[in-house]
Design a protein around this ligand. Structure first.
Ligand code: ADP
Ligand code: MG
Length: 395
């Protein structure tokens, strides 16, 4: 079964209600620090307008606590989008109410409206608290499109409830199609050898995807904070490094499974460790002394992994291999990004922090696909589907 896509529907003279992911990172002065997510929706937006439809865009931004926080208004995104499209984008400072109704009644083909931050209403994240929220918003459009891949793992009103009001008329946008198509290539028929590199701080957030990927990959490179639970599982001293006791058994199981499946497991052979202001490098086999914490993979690991990765045909990377936000501990992640950017293999990167690391180095053009989703990417790889995709109409 496949889902209805934007290409499948007649748009002319229709009002299209499209969920986009304009949850952009902001600078301290409130300006947009990276507009990748806005740019990524432009193909769908232009297609709809060129086909003679009009557009009502809905999105969230950040995590409002009370609702109505001025610094979380989507107004800046309307301005940014208007610049990118070189045409007016009408911003309505609410999601419900008279202003929205009036704006909708004045809309003609080719017009584009962005509504205010959906999360200013509690019912966006908690649909059960007010089902009329989704119903009301659904009434704005003739057609529903989900182009918010990065939010599609959430069972929120705009992702999971609103599409249920569009029987036979809830479609995926081009960004959603593109994201799932790339992820499908690694889930279904990756070019081999297929390697995965996983980092980040905790195993708990990645365990599902590790278990799923181990069935499909030829080698697994584990760095970042989660590597320490694996080292501990092998009886190595890890000092004060991040460690999740509750996942020690799971780590042992993954080590066993990788042996059974002949999946080569690459754990760091050396680490940059720190204790207060002091920093030094140790070999993994010697262990990390008490009071010291592992903060980045070491030089030897960087070299060894670089060699190992050269044979890849497909690589999926999620999660920095060190505390890359601090210059002192960013070398492993930066060198890894450079190594991957020079490979001729298919390279797919997912995750907010991984993306930030790549962008800092201006390497984002050098990868086959950079996913706009973090959690959504991992859940798609783990389960093969997402609530927001399930909610769309069948083709
Ligand atoms: P992504 O957003 O790409 O999915 P995660 O959110 O899972 O990545 O992980 C990113 C975080 O992991 C970063 O904040 C980084 O500082 C942290 N991290 C990486 N290595 C370590 C380490 N050795 N110890 C503690 N935290 C780490
Ligand atoms: Mg993150």
């Amino acid at each position: 079964m496949s889902k209805l896509s934007l290409h499948d529907i007649v748009i002319k003279d229709k009002k299209v209600l499209m969920r986009v992911d304009f949850n952009v990172p902001l600078n301290e002065d409130g300006t947009i620090s990276d507009d990748t997510r806005i740019k990524a929706t432009i193909p769908s937006i232009e297609y709809i307008l060129n086909q003679g439809g009009s557009l009502i865009l809905i999105s969230h931004l950040g995590r409002p606590k009370k609702g109505g926080e001025p610094h979380l208004s989507l107004k800046i995104c309307a301005e940014k989008l208007s610049k990118l499209l070189k045409k007016p984008v009408v911003f309505i400072s609410d999601v419900l109410g008279e202003n929205v109704k009036n704006a909708l009644s004045e809309m003609t083909n080719g017009d584009i409206i962005l509504l205010e931050n959906l999360r200013f209403y509690k019912a966006e994240e908690h649909p059960e608290t007010d089902p009329s929220f989704a119903k009301q918003i659904a009434s704005y459009g003739d057609i529903y499109v989900n182009d918010a891949f990065g939010c599609s793992h959430r069972k929120h009103s705009s992702i999971f409830k609103i599409p249920t009001y569009f029987e036979g008329k809830a479609a995926s946008g081009f960004l959603l199609d593109k994201e799932t198509a790339f992820l499908n290539t690694i889930v279904q028929q990756p070019k081999r050898p297929f390697y995965a590199i996983l980092g980040g701080s905790k195993i708990s957030t990645k365990i599902g995807v590790i278990k799923n990927l181990i069935e499909k990959i030829d080698a697994l490179f584990l760095g970042g904070g989660m590597a320490f639970t694996f080292l501990k599982a092998q009886g190595i001293k890890i000092g004060d490094s991040v460690y999740e006791e509750a996942f020690l058994e799971e780590a042992k199981e993954i080590i066993k499974k990788s042996q059974e499946k002949a999946v080569k497991l690459w754990l760091p052979i050396d680490f940059v460790i720190s204790c207060k202001e002091e920093v030094k490098t140790v070999n993994s086999k010697d262990g990390i002394p008490d009071g010291w914490a592992g903060m980045d993979i070491g030089e030897k690991t960087i070299k060894e992994w670089e060699e190992g990765l050269k044979t890849a045909s497909t690589v999926f990377w999620n999660g920095p291999v060190g505390v890359f936000e601090k210059e002192t501990f960013s070398k492993g992640t930066n060198e890894l990004a450079k190594t991957l950017s020079n490979l001729s293999a298919t390279t797919i990167i997912g995750g907010g922090d991984s993306l930030a690391a790549i962008q800092k180095l201006h390497l984002h053009e050098k990868f086959t696909h950079i996913s706009t989703g973090g959690g959504a990417t991992l859940e798609y790889l783990e389960f093969g589907h997402l609530p927001g995709i399930d909610a769309l109409s069948e083709r």
